[in-house]
Design a protein around this ligand. Structure first.
Ligand SMILES: C[S@@+](CC[C@H](N)C(=O)[O-])C[C@H]1O[C@@H](n2cnc3c(N)ncnc32)[C@H](O)[C@@H]1O
Length: 338
């Protein structure tokens, strides 16, 4: 087994050379993006972005604007620290399996920085980046050339191209652009699997995980970091994986916290398993966070978890407010008896 290593610093330098900007303020990022795109295209990008916030979360128009690998990496630099955390986690896991020749797919490879890093770092591996955006695949192929590196244009909600052989390892850093989450929950909801939101997210996730399973050999591995901001979404994702022939490997999974956001970094194995118990899923989701972060505001399941750990609490007041978009916010104020 290859020694477990933490390549964070090397990955950061590699990504920086590929055009990812680290440690710059949002203002500086905007200025640099404007310089790169030119004033007209920058305006166009801002309009698309604004429209996306109104319409919901369809990233395609924004992606379609990109005209070079540098532009793609600049756009993704908005979350450079998140990309780095994801790449480091994926790299650490992949490094354990590269003594033998392995076929790796990077699902939703974007500008291809992680894909080419893996190919350069693990010469035993044959690494293919996959993306639905043809331009990303073209830019990524043009920017780095290695004998064990390739890129494919494939929207993995569609049937897989016939000639795509099965992989041993699949990785994905935010390779699903989930649709917007507009629903909010009452703190009383304790059965996530009953929620319409859960059903919708599970169906969405199934369409991805099913195709991913088709390009993975039996017992192969999937390392995926996905943006599931709330517990109910996370549960929908691991249940979708279960339904499509993946088992969640909890002791090889963790959560990554970057810039105040937390993402599940999940390991799955291509094998059948039993459905995860909801208490177990909830414990995974809140582990480490509730005990460490007493001075922060909490939302959704985190708020419930925090509330639950306050022994002997009493609810003294509950307020409920319905917003124009139809969602209801319930606030419970309580005290601990002394
Ligand atoms: C947020 S970006 C992440 C890019 C890259 N993994 C990174 O960490 O920088 C998501 C990428 O997934 C791709 N993607 C989303 N849905 C896809 C699908 N159904 N099939 C293939 N690629 C998809 C997008 O085109 C985009 O490049």
């Amino acid at each position: 087994m290859r020694k477990s290593q933490n390549n964070r610093q090397s990955i950061k330098s590699y990504f920086a050379k590929a055009g990812v900007k680290f440690d710059i303020s949002e203002d500086a990022w905007h200025r640099q993006l404007e310089r790169l795109l030119g004033a007209d295209r920058f305006d166009e990008w801002q309009n698309i972005r604004m429209q996306r916030q109104i319409d919901g979360f369809d990233m395609t128009h924004e992606y379609q604007m990109v005209e070079s690998a540098a532009e793609a990496n600049m756009l993704f630099s908005m979350q450079a620290n998140v990309m780095l955390a994801i790449a480091t986690w994926i790299d650490t896991h992949v490094s354990q399996h590269t003594d033998e020749p392995v076929r790796i797919y990077d699902l939703g490879c974007g500008g291809g920085a992680l894909t080419s890093w893996l190919a350069a770092e693990y010469p035993n591996a044959c690494v293919t980046g996959i993306d639905a955006i043809e331009r990303f695949v073209d830019f990524a192929s043009e920017s780095v050339s290695l004998p064990n590196l390739g890129f494919r244009n494939w929207d993995y909600r569609e049937a897989k191209p016939d000639e795509l052989p099965k992989g041993d390892i699949l990785v994905s850093g935010f390779g699903i652009d989930f649709s917007a989450c507009t629903e909010r929950f009452s703190l009383e909801s304790d059965d996530a699997r009953e929620l319409a939101f859960y059903a919708e997210k599970k169906e969405e996730a199934i369409s991805y995980f099913r195709r991913w399973r088709e390009i993975c050999r039996d017992d192969g591995l999937l390392f995926a970091v996905l943006r599931t901001p709330i517990y109910e979404h996370f549960l929908a994702v691991i249940d979708a994986a279960h339904e499509t022939g993946w088992s969640f490997v909890e002791d090889q999974s963790t959560k990554l916290s970057v810039d105040d956001e937390t993402f599940p970094a999940m390991t799955f194995q291509a094998s059948n398993s039993t459905l995860i118990n909801e208490e177990q899923a909830k414990a995974f989701w809140i582990a480490g966070i509730v005990s460490e972060r007493f001075d922060r505001p909490f939302l959704d399941t985190m708020a419930v978890a925090m509330f639950n750990v306050l022994n002997g609490k009493q609810v003294t007041q509950t307020e409920s407010k319905v917003f124009d978009d139809g969602h209801t916010m319930v606030t419970s104020i309580g005290k601990r008896p002394f």
